[in-house]
Design a protein around this ligand. Structure first.
Ligand code: OOG
Ligand code: MG
Length: 255
């Protein structure tokens, strides 16, 4: 039988090569806890290659996202510096298996945050918020997975784009947003779709990380999770998302 480290190596290599692998759950049954253990082992391989952890991503924090992938529990994953895509820049589709993009809200931390915290305590630890997009790319065949599978796969994390950091004192509970591909709107929604208020995603992050002996630190970036379903990417696309009060951001897809 394969060890957790064997699966970690498999997923790490698939992510590095932008390649699909079969779901682990088709090979053996495993728990969400084992999924997080695999994630930690696979991310350790990236850190060993020189990538730096710069924050975390929350996932499946909206109904639209849960329905799209058929998993209805909030998950988290680690972000590294290598995943950041410059605002207005472009990605190369060949480096991914079957990427999708989704509109998100990002937090920049100014104080540590860990464990059971209130919305007010979470808010007090935020330096700024930004409109964001996440590029997700499940390493599993056909983008299909169970909860332990997706957790092991660093919650499909593969890239993210940030707009300008904005004053976090504005009311961001219910900001409208539209995501356009080549000028045509493909998703529209509101920040309220993220657990009713994006700050709840940060509260969940603090609680969930603590279970794994981790915490949020000043300077960390936290992605709150997709506010709408994700849209598949193809060569030649220009993707632009505009958030009410926060501004817009974009990127393009090359070969
Ligand atoms: C899982 C990751 C979910 C989000 O924002 O909800 C996620 C997936 O959809 O592949 O990133
Ligand atoms: Mg996401």
């Amino acid at each position: 039988m394969k060890s957790l480290n064997d699966y970690a190596a498999l997923l790490d290599q698939a992510a590095a090569e932008g390649r699909e692998v079969p779901q682990i759950s088709l090979d053996r049954s495993f728990t969400v806890e084992e999924g997080y253990a695999i994630q930690a082992l696979s991310m350790a391989r990236r850190y060993a290659r020189g990538e730096r952890r710069i924050g975390v991503k929350m996932g499946l924090t909206s109904r639209a996202k849960m329905l799209q992938v058929g998993v209805d529990e909030v998950v988290w994953g680690r972000l590294t510096d290598a995943m950041r895509v410059e605002e207005g820049g472009s990605i190369s589709l060949s480096r991914y298996a079957h990427p999708r993009v989704e509109p998100e809200v990002a937090f920049l931390m100014k104080a540590p945050l860990a464990g059971d915290v209130s919305n007010v305590e979470a808010m007090a630890a935020v330096a700024a918020i930004a409109p964001a997009m996440e590029i997700i790319d499940s390493r599993y065949k056909d983008f299909k997975f169970t909860l332990p599978d997706v957790v092991a796969d660093n919650s499909s994390s593969s890239g993210f784009v940030l707009g300008n950091w904005c004053d976090a004192s504005i009311d961001f509970s219910n900001l409208g947003l539209v995501m356009d591909v080549d000028g045509r709107t493909v998703q529209a929604g509101s920040s309220a779709a993220i657990l009713g208020h994006p700050i709840r995603s940060l509260v969940a992050a603090a609680r969930m990380l603590a279970r794994w002996g981790e915490s949020l630190k000043p300077g960390d970036i936290v992605l709150a999770g997709g506010a709408t379903a994700a849209h598949p990417l193809a060569v030649g696309m220009h993707i632009r998302t505009e958030f009410q009060s926060l501004g817009s951001l974009s990127f393009s897809v090359g070969e």
